[in-house]
Design a protein around this ligand. Structure first.
Ligand code: ZN
Length: 561
């Protein structure tokens, strides 16, 4: 592709072009953005290069010679990259007169390229830094067989249809953008209703699991995060402090110090542990504008956070119940498949080797007792302790990181937390940080894509819509709606003077689970005929029977209608 671009746009300069998980991209410095027509022309040129079947020739040369070569070619980005390579020798690959810096390996000839497609055009700053020049990126993909490429393109089509940013607009769920501030989310009524439903469920289950609910402020003294160590380890994700009456305050990036504060507000004995505090805590973290993405990567979000304070001999049991809890919550939302990762001691760490060993083993034992297979991520633990991450798989088999369970012996030390042991002496508790959904924003984004916006009944903002066939049914429909609403069913009516086909289509676009279509027969018999959003018809039912069905599906949190 880079060769083709250079032939069509000789002035374009080459930046970097790596292989990525689903294909490849290349960044070019060029005086204007690429157009879709350009992509077609580039593809055509690529086919011509493939047809020539030129061999890829590897050349190893001294770094200084390579710098000289790329300087002559006017490829200043390659020169910059070469200047930073530590090795004395570098490898280049050449094909049909086109030369590029590359570690290799390569296929033997251009003719071995089979099915490929250029997919999208994007802007990208050189080295991802918004202070640098904006380059033009082309994404593409390639497969050894046409069928495989087609399969992949179909998958991309499905991904596009499920894009939570598009569905968020179509279903009027949320918005974000320039006017509000990048990465900040406003929940519209339909989205807010879903969020509230999730929160209510979350809270009830936490009470059942022995957690206590906390609320904490959105700003607090900067000192708190000095004590917690975030200022040392995490400051690049924190916003600038603000001054109030001569004291620095900080928008909170984490909820932990507040929970510690509550723990410390009374004397603790070994008999009172574990203490479990949960909070839907909104935090703010700096992310570069270039990496923000809909609900998935934001600057303000609400964590379903909790902290468990326990004795060291309780870690295993606590981890075990957190694992059970997590899997139950994920299952309720329709995530039945997941991968589990255990992250161990990183290079930079606090705590003793004994601490790390005992808590890592406790995590391992808990995973083994649950019969969960897991992968070890060596050195990927947090500086304060080992952790378990759970990545769910959605309906397109894509992996999403949601749940995390982290052991921490650092904060209890830093905040001088204690409990009175059975020996009458003071001891340090262990702290477990955990989030099941991660953040409500991100989890909602994943849910939207997982369900393609067709939420199960318990989450659907509108559960039932009643449609009139003619104007004479309006009054009956209104009384029916009142009956449904009184039973706690989220109901809307469509009594517009439109053709029934048009109304059905509208309700289907909104992915409302049940459409109650009402004509003369239904009115005289006081029966409801129901069309599911899939198009399947059920009924007729008496209104009471139908109410019972919807209520049952809601209570069961059933994924089927
Ligand atoms: Zn925490």
């Amino acid at each position: 592709m880079a060769h083709a671009v250079k032939e069509l746009f000789p002035k374009a300069k080459l930046a970097i072009g790596p292989a990525i998980e689903d294909g490849f991209y290349y960044d070019f410095d060029i005086d204007r953005p690429f157009t879709p027509e350009d992509l077609t022309a580039i593809e055509k040129k690529m086919k011509a290069i493939i047809k020539k079947n030129d061999p890829f020739v590897r050349r190893v040369m001294r770094r200084s010679d390579a710098i000289e070569l790329f300087r002559k070619l006017g490829e200043e980005y390659k020169v910059e990259l070469l200047n930073e390579i530590a090795d004395d020798e570098v490898s280049l690959y050449e094909e049909g007169g086109f030369v590029d810096l590359c570690r290799g390996p390569h296929i033997e000839t251009t003719g071995q390229v089979r099915a490929f497609k250029l997919l999208t055009i994007a802007g990208a700053y050189w080295r991802g830094d918004e202070k640098n020049k904006m380059l033009r990126r082309i994404y593409g993909t390639s497969f050894p067989k046409e069928e495989k490429l087609k399969e992949y393109l179909d998958f991309l089509e499905e991904v596009k249809k499920r894009d939570h940013r598009k569905l968020g607009k179509d279903l009027d769920l949320f918005s974000t953008g320039d006017e509000i501030g990048a990465g900040l989310i406003v929940w519209h009524p339909n989205g807010a209703l879903i969020r509230r439903t999730i929160e209510d469920f979350w809270l009830q289950e936490h009470y059942k699991a022995g957690y206590k609910l906390l609320y904490s402020p959105h700003i607090a003294k900067l000192n708190l995060w000095k004590t917690s160590g975030h200022l040392d380890f995490y400051s690049e994700n924190m916003y600038s402090p603000m001054e109030i009456e001569g004291v620095d305050y900080e928008i909170k990036p984490m909820n932990c110090p507040f929970h510690i504060h509550v723990y410390k507000s009374s004397l603790r004995s070994y008999k009172n542990l574990p203490v479990r505090y949960a909070e839907l805590g909104t935090v703010y973290r700096y992310e570069r504008s270039g990496v923000l993405h809909g609900l998935l990567r934001v600057r303000g979000f609400t964590q379903d956070d909790a902290h468990i304070f326990c004795r060291e001999d309780q870690i295993e049991e606590e981890i075990l119940s957190v694992l059970d809890f997590t899997l139950f919550i994920l299952k309720t939302f329709g995530f039945l498949q997941y991968d589990v990762y255990l992250s161990t001691q990183p290079e930079k760490y606090v705590g003793t080797t004994g601490n790390w060993e005992r808590s890592t083993n406790a995590l391992k034992r808990a995973l083994e007792m649950k019969g969960l297979s897991y992968e070890v991520d060596p050195g990927e633990g947090v500086f304060y302790g080992p952790k378990i991450d759970i990545k769910v798989k959605d309906s397109l088999n894509r992996q999403w990181q949601c749940s995390t369970i982290q052991v921490d012996f650092n904060n209890p030390e830093r905040f001088d937390m204690q409990f009175r042991g059975s020996d009458g002496k003071e001891h340090r508790p262990i702290m477990i940080h955990r989030a099941l959904m991660g953040s409500l924003e991100r989890f909602f984004g994943i849910l939207i894509e997982h369900y393609a916006g067709a939420f199960p009944v318990w989450l659907a903002p509108v559960q039932v819509i009643i449609l009139t066939i003619a104007e004479r049914h309006s009054e009956y429909v209104r009384s029916l709606s009142a009956q449904f609403l009184a039973a706690g069913i989220r109901t809307e009516v469509d009594i517009e003077n439109e053709k029934i086909g048009y109304k059905i289509r509208n309700a289907t676009i909104l992915k409302i689970p049940y459409l109650v279509i009402t004509g003369d027969k239904e009115m005289t018999e006081n029966r409801v005929t129901v069309r599911k959003r899939s198009g399947e018809n059920i009924g007729p039912f008496t209104p009471e029977e139908f109410i019972a069905i919807v209520k049952e599906k809601t209570e069961e949190k059933s994924r089927e209608l």
